[in-house]
Ligand binder design. Sequence first.
Ligand SMILES: [Zn+2]
Length: 558
Amino acid sequence: MHSSPSDLLESLLKLGYLSPDDLKEIQELAASRGMPILEAALLGNRLHPDARGWILAETIGIPFLEVEPGSVPMELAEVFPETVAREYLIAPISREGLRLTVAVSDPFRHTAFSAIENMTGMSVRVVVCPRGRISEIIARLYPERSGFASADITGGAISHEEATQWLALGGLRYLIERVLVHCAAREITGLRIYPLGQNLVVDGRNADGSSVRMLSGQLSHREEVKKALLDLASTSEHPSGLSEKVFAIETSSGVTAYCASFIRGLSGPEVIVKIIPEMRAGISLDNIGLNAEQLAITQKVLGRGSGGGVSLVSSPSAEGIATTLYAMLRHVYSPGLRVVTVEGRHWFRTEGYIQILRSQVEGGFRGSLSLLAESLEPDILMIENISDLNDLVSLVHLAETGINVLCGIRSLNFDQTLRALLMLDMDTFTLAHVMRLAMHQRLVKLLCMECRRSVPAKPSLRRIGKRRAELERIVRDSDFYLPAGCPNCGGTGYSGKMAILELVPFTPGVENIIVSGMDLEEKLDLLFSEDFYPAVESVCDLLRRGMITYEDVLPFIH
Ligand SMILES: [Zn+2]
C-alpha cells in the first residue's frame, strides 16, 4: 500500500500512466490552487484511463495485476460466454476449484460479477488490470478462426492502432463492423473494398464524390474479409447465391442500415457497401410480411404502455423467427434500454446488446430464464425459441415485473399456439393482462420473376371452403406460375422467402374473452371469429402478383 498521494503519482509515473510533463503540471496546479495533488490530477484530466483502476485498486486494497496474457490457461474460455467477457471487459485469469479469479478494469461492476457467479456457480475474486491487457487476454481466449493479424493492416483515415484494437477486441468481423460504424459517423456515403496490386484496400466515398483511403490489408486475406462481411450482413446460412444484402448495425447513437453488394470486378471479387441514412431501413416491422391492418395493430399493441409484456411468435420451423423477433425488438427499443437476447446462433450482432447462446443458458444459470433475468436485469428480453411451456410461464411472470419479453416457439399452426397459451398452468387474469400479442408465421418461397413459368391451366378450387368467392375471382383474373431456374436464382427457381403471418392482438376485448368463464373451445371460436388478423389478404395479394405457387399457399386458405 502507498502511504501518500504523491507516492501514488510516483508509481503512476513509473507505470507509464502519467508523463513527467503532466506530473509537473499537476504539481503546479495543486500548488497554485492549494488543492490536494490527487484532486489536481483528476481535475486536470491528465491520467491515463487505466490509472483510475490502479488508483481504485490501491485505495481499496484490491490487487492490481498486469496479467501476462500468455499465462492464462486456454480452458478458461469455457467458463463464461465470450459476449459477457466483451460486454463487461472482464477476463477469467485463473481458477482454483470453485473459485474463479477475473481481471477487470472497473472493479465496481457488481451486476456483472453476480451474473458470472450465477452463470458459473463459482465464487468470483477480482483483480484490477489495464484495459489493453484484458483485451489481449480476451483475444487469446476467444480467437478468431481467421489468420488476419494486426501486422496485415496499413492505416489510412483509420489508424493502424485503432484498427488493431478493434481486431483484438472482436476479430475480423468486429473490425469490419467498427469500420462501417466509423464511416457512417463521418458522413461517408459508401465504401468500396477491392484488390489493388498486392493489397486489399478499403476506400470511403465522400458526399462530394471524392474518395478517401480508410485502411488497407494484404490481398491474401481477401476471402476472409469477404466471408466476415457476408457473415455480418447475412441472415442466411447459404450466402452462395447472395449478391446484395441490407443489414443494420445498432450503436448507442442509433441504427444505421448498410447495403452490401458482392460483385465481380475486373481484378476479382469486390464489395461495395452503401450507407443508408434511413434509420430503420434494415429489419423493421414494415418489411417482415405484415399486411397493412396487421402492421397497424401490431405497432399499437407493442407500443402500449411502458411496463412489461409478452409477445409470442410461433412457427413450424426455426427459420425466419429471429427476423420477426428482431423487427419487434427494434420497434420497442429505445437508447438506454438494456437488451438481452438468447439465440440458437447469433443472427444479427448488435452493439450494446448482451447476446447469449441458448447452449450457454442451458450450461449456466442452471438452465433457468428467471435466474438469467435476475442476473442480467434486462429491460427487453428476447428468446428466440422456448422449448418448454414452463419457460413460457416463467416469462409471463418476468413480464409482470416490468420486462418486455419477445419470444419464439415451435408450433404447427396458430390454433395449436393459442390452445397452448390458454391452457398454461397459471391464472387467466395474469395471462390476459400481460400478453400483448400472439402471432404465427410460416415462410413461403417467392418465385424468381426472371424465370417463372406460366401454368396454362387454372388451378382447381376443390378443397376450398370458406374463402371460395375471393379465390374464384383471383383464379379467374390472374395468371399462375411454377418455378423454373436461371442464373439469377442459381437454378433454384426461387428468389427468396417471405413470412406470411396471422395474429391475435391482446386488446381489452381479447382480455375479456380470456378471463371469461367460457370453456376453451368457446374462447377459441370467439377469438378466431372476432379478433383474428388472418394471412389470407397477403396470400391473395401474392397470388394476384404471381409471386408464389398456388400449392405453396393452399394451407393458408382453408
Ligand atoms: Zn430464376
